[in-house]
Design a protein around this ligand. Structure first.
Ligand SMILES: NC(=O)c1ccc[n+]([C@@H]2O[C@H](COP(=O)([O-])OP(=O)(O)OC[C@H]3O[C@@H](n4cnc5c(N)ncnc54)[C@H](OP(=O)(O)O)[C@@H]3O)[C@@H](O)[C@H]2O)c1
Length: 241
C-alpha cells in the first residue's frame, strides 16, 4: 500500500462544513479514510462532496465538547481545524472577543487533543494535525486574540509532540498562508489590503483550501511517521520572504 494511503483509517475533522476543513475532509476521504465531518452546523455539503462518511455535531462554544468522542470508537486521525477570528484595534479589544477566540482556537483544541490522546496512547498510534497560521509566527494587525491563540497552537503542538512522539502518536501542524475562505473575506473585500497581500506572496496567488488538504493527507499518513512537532508552512512562500 502507498505510504500516502489512508485506507482502513478513521479520521475526525473539526469545522468540516466549509473552507479549509471541508477541503481536508474531502482530501482525507480521497486518500481512503473513513471521515467523520464534525461541525457546529450541518455538514451535508461535505458529505455530498466526499460521497461517503458521516457527520457529528460538535460546538466548541463548550471547549470540552469532544471529551467523550474518542472513548466509544477507534479514531486514528484528528484534524483540529475549527477556528474563528475577531478584528479590532488592540486598544479597543474586548474581553468577550478575547475569550471567544481563545476558547475555540486554543482551549478546545488542547482538550480535544487530550481526549484523543487518552484513547490513542494505549493503542500506540495516532495522528494529530492542528491548523496553525502565519500568525503563529508573525504579529498581525487588529487580531490580538487570534495571534495569541495561534502562537499557542504552535507551542502546544510542540509540547504534545514532545510528550507523545515516543508512544507512537504524531502531533504536527499546518500553517496556512492567505487562503480564499470565509475567514479572509473581509481582507479580500478591502482592495488595498488585498493588493498588498497579493504583492507579497511569491507564488503570486492566494491559496485555495485544496492546497492545505494534501498537506493534511501527508501528515495523516504513514509517509509522515518520523515527522513530530513540525509546523509546515503552506503559504506560497510568504514566510520565506
Ligand atoms: N483562510 C485563511 O487564510 C487561514 C489562514 C490561516 C489559518 N486559517 C485557519 O484555518 C482554519 C479554518 O478556517 P477557514 O479559513 O476555513 O475559515 P471558515 O470557513 O470560517 O471555517 C472555520 C470553521 O470553524 C468552524 N467553527 C467556528 N466556530 C466553531 C465552534 N464554536 N464550534 C465548532 N466549529 C466552529 C466554522 O463553523 P461555522 O461555519 O459554523 O462558523 C467553520 O467550519 C481556522 O482554524 C483558521 O484559523 C485560515
Amino acid at each position: 500500500m502507498s505510504a500516502f494511503s489512508l485506507e482502513g483509517r478513521t479520521a475526525l475533522v473539526t469545522g468540516a462544513n466549509t473552507g479549509i476543513g471541508q477541503a481536508i475532509a474531502v482530501g482525507l476521504a480521497g486518500a481512503g479514510a473513513e471521515v467523520i465531518a464534525a461541525g457546529r452546523r450541518d455538514c451535508a455539503e461535505t458529505l455530498a462532496l466526499m460521497g461517503r462518511g458521516r457527520s457529528l455535531q460538535l460546538d466548541f462554544a463548550d471547549p470540552m465538547a469532544a471529551r467523550d468522542v474518542f472513548a466509544s470508537e477507534r479514531i486514528d486521525i484528528l484534524v483540529n481545524n475549527a477556528g474563528i477570528i475577531r478584528r479590532a484595534d488592540a486598544v479597543d479589544f474586548t474581553e468577550a472577543d478575547w475569550d471567544a477566540v481563545m476558547d475555540v482556537n486554543l482551549k478546545a483544541l488542547f482538550f480535544t487533543c487530550q481526549a484523543f490522546a487518552r484513547a490513542a496512547l494505549p493503542r500506540g498510534s495516532g495522528k494529530i494535525v492542528n491548523i496553525a497560521s502565519l500568525l503563529s509566527f508573525q504579529g498581525g494587525i487588529r487580531v490580538p486574540s487570534y495571534t495569541a491563540s495561534k502562537h499557542g497552537v504552535a507551542g502546544l503542538t510542540r509540547l504534545m509532540a514532545n510528550e507523545w512522539a515516543g508512544a507512537g502518536l504524531n502531533v504536527n501542524a499546518i500553517a496556512p498562508g492567505y487562503i480564499e475562505t470565509n475567514n479572509t473575506e473581509a481582507l479580500r473585500a478591502d482592495p488595498d489590503r488585498s493588493r498588498a497581500i497579493l504583492d507579497r506572496i511569491p507564488a503570486g496567488r492566494w491559496g485555495r483550501p485544496e492546497d492545505i488538504a494534501q498537506t493534511a493527507v501527508f501528515l495523516s499518513a504513514p509517509a509522515s511517521d518520523y515527522v513530530n512537532g513540525a509546523i509546515l508552512n503552506v503559504d506560497g512562500g510568504w514566510l520565506a520572504r
